[in-house]
Structure formats: C-alpha cells, structure tokens
Design a protein around this ligand. Structure first.
Ligand code: SF4
Length: 728
C-alpha cells in the first residue's frame, strides 16, 4: 500500500483524464486533482470522480463462482480454472478450435487486449475472437483506413481544437460523454472560431453551437454530400490540394453533384439556407476540422458516411495540414489501443492484418510459433454473438456486458443461454456474468498497472495504487493459468510491463508502432503519441515526426509527449507523433483517397406499423452498459433509469404526459420507460439511453443490420411504434 498519491488515469472513457489516487487512512483511495495532464487539467466528470466507489463496492465479486444445481456458488480458484480449461479442451476435442469463442472489450488495457488475442490464436487456436469495440468505432476506423491508410482516432492533439477556425461535430454529445473536453470548444469560440453541431437532438452540446443542424436519424451521409455539392457549386474546392495530395476526386465530385441541396433538404430535414451557412462557416477560415462520433458511425452505412465527411475535408484542403483534419472521437477507455493489438477478428498486434503473410510471419516469430499455425480472420462481434450455440459452443468473455450493450439484446441473451459453456471475467455480477457457468473476479484499474491509448493516440500509463483484495486475480493471471492448464507453459507473463515489452516487439514496424515506448518513458513524459518506433526502426508510412512543422510553430506545446524526449542512451528516442499526415498520408502513394459515396436509406425505415424513428445514446452519469456506474450511489441518484425522450407533438398524439410509462416497440421487442417530453428532439424521432437492463433496455429494440465493411450494427436508427402503457 502506497502512502503518497499515485498519478494515473480514469478507468472510463477515451478522454482518459489524468487523476491521482490518494490513500485513505481507512484503506482504499480517493481521487485527487492532477492538473499536470494537459487534456483535462484536473477537471473530471462525476464518473471519474466517483470511480473508487466501485473498488470498494459491497456487490463486488470476491471469489470465483461456479454454477452448481442451477445457481452460481463460490468456489476456489484452482477448481474454477480447472473447470474452464477442462471444458474448453473438451469442446475443442469434439467440435474443433473454432467452436471456442472469445469476446474482449475496449476497456481492457493494451496488455490485456494483446494477451487475449494471443491466447485465442496460440492457446485455443480459434479464429472466433472479436470485441465490443466493433460496436463503437469500427466504421470510423474503416473509413480512416480507406481514406488515409491509417486509423488513429484523432490525427492531432485535442489542444489543436481551440486554434482552428471551425469544427463540425457530427453525432457527438460531448457534454454528456466527455464533459471536460468541452473546454476545447469553448476556447475555440473565445478565439473567434465557430462550432457546428450535427445531431437530431438539441443536446447540451448542441446548445453551445453557433449552428445546430438536426438531420433525420440515418441521413448524415446525405447531409455531408449536400455540403460537398455546395462547396463545388460555390467554387470553394481547394484545387491545388486535391491535385497534389488526393486521388479519386472526379468520382467523388460526380457523386456529390448528384445530390442537389433541395433533395438533401427533403432527405435530411436540414434547410438549404442552413446548408449554405454551414459551408460558409466551414470554408471561410484558413483551417477547419470535422469530428465524428457514434451518430454517423453506428449505421449500416457508417463507413460510407464517414467517407462522405472525409471527402468534405479533402475537397476543401482540410486534412493533412496544421490545425485541420478529420478525426473520430473514440468512446471507450481504451477504444483506440483496444483496436490495435489483436483482439479484433481480422487483426494482429501493431494494427496488422491477419491475412497479410508478412504480418503473420513477424508476429509468429515474436510469439515463437509457426505462422501457418495461426488461424485466419473470424466473425465480427455481432456475427459471433449470433453464432453462439450454433457452431460456436463456448465463450470466454472479458471486459464486456453484451446482454445490455449488444444490438437485438434479447436475441443475444438467448444465444448466450444456449451455449455449452460460458466463462466470464468481471468485477461485479454483470447481467452477462449472471448467465455464466464460471465467473472469475478480477482486479480493477487502480489495483494493477497497464497502458491505454486515448482518443488522441496518446499511449498512457495507468499505475497501480492499491493492493487487490484477497481472492481477486488479474485478467493476465487468468490467461497465464488457463494457458498453462491447456499446455502452453510460457508466453503469458502476469507482469503487465513484461507483456508490454513483448507488445513493443510485436508492434514494431506496424501501423500502430509502439516499439519506442517504454513504461519508464510513459511515466516520465505524461504519455507518448504513436507511431513511436524504436531508434533505427521503420516508420509506418506517416510523415516524420522530427520534421513536423507544427512542432516548430506550436504556440502552446503540450506539457509532455509533444517534444523530443530526452533519451537515456546515445541514440535519442523517437518523440512520438502528435500530428499525422502533414507531408503525406499513410497510403502507398502518400495520397488520400476520396470515397465517392451515395446516400441510401437506413436498413429499416418507418412504415404504417412502426412509424417513428428510434435513436439511442448516453447520459452523463452512466457509462456504457452501466455494469460499474450503476453500482455507484451518487451516479444512480443522478441517473436512476432509462427514459423515452419525445417531442410534445408526438406526446400529444399519444395523450402522454411527462413521466407516463411508454412502450417502445420494434420488430425485435418491446421496452418500457417513462416519457421525457422536450422540444429538443425532432417530432419524428424518440431517443432512449442504453445503459440499463430489464424492461427499459433500449438495445432490445435496436437493429443488428451491419455495415458491409466495418460490420458495425445500426444502433442509431430503427423503426418503432410508441404506445402509452395504462397505469394499473
Ligand atoms: Fe473519466 Fe471520461 Fe469523465 Fe474524464 S470525461 S473523468 S475520462 S469518464
């Protein structure tokens, strides 16, 4: 137990706010301000401030649980681990390795995500691994890779935002999801810049905008094309940039010109004068940005929608230049790192492709295995969950709660129940853990060290501040023990730093190159932006950070991670890469690629039976499936349950008053929650937050229609009907 406070980072969202944990005389820790981290400068939202409450929660699991006679009963660790290893081996013997599913999470540290991917491929030999980040940012990742050859949420630090001229924030409610980040946008406006928010709801974020565009859910793609049409029509294309740094403009131009502003107005509900105003605000300053989040991304055309917004940036020369660019605001705590190190169905560490022979050889050498022994790509997250009980007979799950967070959740719950064997690692008995055959209680953020990578691509060190309670083990220990029981004695260390050292080697030369990053550097420098190759290592097709022009002209350098590090040896270490693409994009020819996409409707449009659109999202006091935050009294008091947000006109049609229970019914099921009536939502749309299980579970309703490229489900739009529920 430490006696001084420990600098670390919040366990929740991808902002990864800096905080310090100070020991309490009664045991445990409290959060104290840590102003040296430049992203939040000490500010925290309620979730971060109350995070220690989960460490000492009375409902925390303190011993393994094993199902016996239909109930989960406490057991010893050896008994539980033996049971898991025995059942997995037995299923593999009968049905083959691909009968073993593995499901990870975007909250797992880089070390855990890396070890879980390696465990699936080396120990189990299965291709059937994916993770809940597929539900979070996969469309932005796919769009970024197509356009730029590389996916890093933000290609620039958040600190660039106040110094640009205009930001279009598409489908992001930062005031609820990442409140400390709002200061960047306030500073932008104080500096004379403007903020445009695109959201079907007048959210707390939209209330701060200079211009709020409220498109019909599922039409963000058409909106972006309408703006691009006007950019062309008004002669605002940056011809030199397009000529010198891009390919595919003629096709993109033709696609945009086929979407007339009046037609876009009919599709989106955003008026032509508003479209013209947005184009003016975006194009007149020297620099501008587009930032997307789940709104445009969680659609069955999410990749194309991201592509359309990127096309707008490329046509106007607002990419690959200082203080300009396209970025994705990744959501989960390690949403960025979690997608880089091998827990994705198609991926190896370093953001390498699993079907790339050179990538397989490199990683197999680090792992000490035959490249031909590595399985190929598996199913995406929803497809994997949908296959449970079919050819996938068991699931090992870490860091996720799909009973609440997956689309078509009642069906997913039924699939989980149909498994031959389900093992879950968690800190509390989540709704998914409650279905398991074995539940293993694992350490939390403050009880272990590990790295995460924030939405900026900044690799950070979370430091251990507490000794774990008796009876708890880390996820890394679980993988070590299971590997040994399944015949792999080496290669699964329990020390996070040792895992990170291997991850560095595995990532070397890949897109997400961490080889020049060490725990010592992270502790000394307050984080390092990837790519950061080791001295002498190759770069991943990005401009040389040493020649970053923004570095020399930056009037507000970051406190750490934005300047050359002081190397400890004769060769200076690479400084990391805060800003990408300034000289070239990460494509083979260095040019960005236009997407050239066209609008298409959502997979499910309203009809006579389901005449209203449903969109889902978040509230400030809860996080994701709520498995942790619903266990914190203060957060529960602030956000005790779900609700149905609807416009007064729709409420009047239903004869519903504020607080009346409403049933929202889709083709997949029914959810009931009280009415919250506001003029801040379109009359054709209702909104539900998705943090809760049970009767008010929003994801009972959502549509698992998948984007053909990213395999992202369409969480953000489906057709429903809304009914009053008579009080009894
Ligand atoms: Fe934690 Fe995100 Fe809140 Fe910051 S904004 S305190 S990282 S939940």
């Amino acid at each position: 137990m430490r006696t001084t406070s420990t600098p670390t980072h919040c366990p929740y969202c991808a902002l990864q706010c800096g905080m310090a944990l100070s020991p309490l005389p009664t045991g445990g820790v409290e959060v104290v301000e840590r102003a040296d981290f430049p992203v939040n400068r000490g500010a925290l939202c309620g979730k971060g401030r109350t995070a220690p409450a989960v460490l000492s929660s009375r409902v925390r699991l303190t011993s393994p649980l094993v199902r016996s006679g239909g109930a989960l009963v406490p057991s010893g660790w050896d008994e539980a681990l033996d049971l898991i290893a025995g059942r997995l081996a037995g299923i593999r013997d009968v049905h083959g390795p691909d009968a073993l599913g593995v499901f990870g999470g975007g909250g797992l540290t880089n070390e855990k995500a890396y070890a879980l991917g390696k465990f699936a491929r080396v120990v189990l030999g299965t291709s059937q691994i994916d993770y809940n980040g597929r539900f979070c940012m996969s469309s932005a990742a796919a769009g970024g890779i197509k356009a730029f050859g590389l996916d890093r949420g933000l290609p620039f630090p958040l600190e660039d935002i106040p110094r640009t001229g205009c930001v279009i924030l598409v489908g992001s409610n930062l005031a609820e999801t990442m409140p400390p980040s709002l200061r960047f946008f306030s500073e932008l406006r104080e500096n004379g810049g403007t903020l445009i928010v695109v959201d079907p709801r007048r959210t707390k974020t939209a209330e701060q905008a200079d211009l709020h565009l409220a498109p019909r859910p599922g039409t963000d793609l058409a909106l972006a094309l309408g703006l691009l049409h006007l950019v062309v029509a008004e002669g605002r294309v940056d011809e030199e940039f397009v000529r010198e740094r891009t390919t595919g403009w003629e096709e993109a131009r033709a696609a945009a010109m086929a979407h007339w502003p009046e037609q876009v107005e009919r599709i989106t509900g955003v008026s032509v004068p508003q479209l013209r105003q947005a184009v003016r605000m975006f194009c007149e300053p020297e620099a501008a940005m587009v930032l997307t989040a789940r709104g445009p991304e969680q659609q069955s055309k999410g990749t194309d929608t991201v592509g359309a917004w990127i096309d707008l940036c490329l046509a106007t020369g607002r990419a690959g230049r200082p203080l300009s660019g396209y970025g994705c605001l990744t959501g989960q705590g390690n949403g960025q790192g979690g997608r880089e190190h091998g827990q994705k169905a198609d991926q190896l560490p370093g953001y390498r492709k699993l079907d790339d022979p050179a990538a397989r050889r490199h990683v197999a050498e680090v792992w000490g295995v035959d490249p031909d022994s590595l399985p190929g790509p598996g199913r995406s997250a929803y497809e994997l969950l949908d296959a449970l009980g079919g050819d996938v007979r068991s699931l090992l799950l870490m860091g996720s709660n799909p009973v609440v967070s997956a689309p078509r959740a009642a069906h997913v719950e039924e699939r989980l129940r149909s498994l031959d064997f389900l093992a879950v690692c968690d800190v509390v008995l989540s709704e998914t853990a409650a279905l398991a055959d074995v539940v293993l209680p694992v350490t939390q953020w403050a009880e272990e060290s590990g790295t995460t990578t924030s939405l900026e691509g900044r690799v950070l060190l979370r430091r251990q501040a507490l000794t774990p309670p008796d009876g708890i083990r880390s996820d890394l220990e679980v993988l070590h023990e299971l590997a040994a029981r399944l015949g792999v004695e080496k290669g699964f260390p329990t020390d996070p730093e040792e895992v990170f050292e291997e991850l560095r080697r595995a990532s070397a030369g890949g897109i997400a190159d961490y080889s020049g990053i060490t725990y010592a550097r992270l502790a000394a420098e307050n984080g390092v932006f990837w790519p950061c190759p080791a001295p002498g290592g190759g770069e991943a097709g990005v401009e040389d950070a040493w020649d970053d022009p923004a570095r020399d002209t930056d009037p507000a350098p970051l406190d750490g991670g934005d300047g050359p590090a002081q190397g400890t040896g004769p060769v200076p270490s690479h400084p990391g890469t805060p800003r990408l693409f300034l000289d070239r994009f990460a494509t083979p020819d260095g040019r960005a690629r236009f997407a050239a996409v066209t609008h298409r409707p959502a997979a499910e449009e309203p009809d006579a039976d389901y005449p209203v659109l449903l969109t889902t999202g978040r509230v400030v006091a809860q996080y994701q499936s709520g498995a942790q935050t619903r266990r914190v009294d203060e957060l529960n008091a602030a956000a005790p349950g779900p609700f149905v947000e609807l416009h007064p006109r729709l409420a009047a049609r239903l004869g519903a008053a504020e607080g009346d229970p409403l049933a929202v019914v889709s083709r997949r099921g029914r959810a009931v929650a009280p009415a919250r009536i506001t003029t801040g939502i379109r009359p054709d749309t209702v909104f539900m937050p998705f943090h809760w299980p049970g009767e008010g579970r929003a994801n009972t309703l959502t549509n698992p229609a998948l984007d053909p490229t990213s395999r992202m489900p369409e969480f953000k739009v489906c057709a429903v009907r809304v009914e009053r529920v008579e009080r009894v």
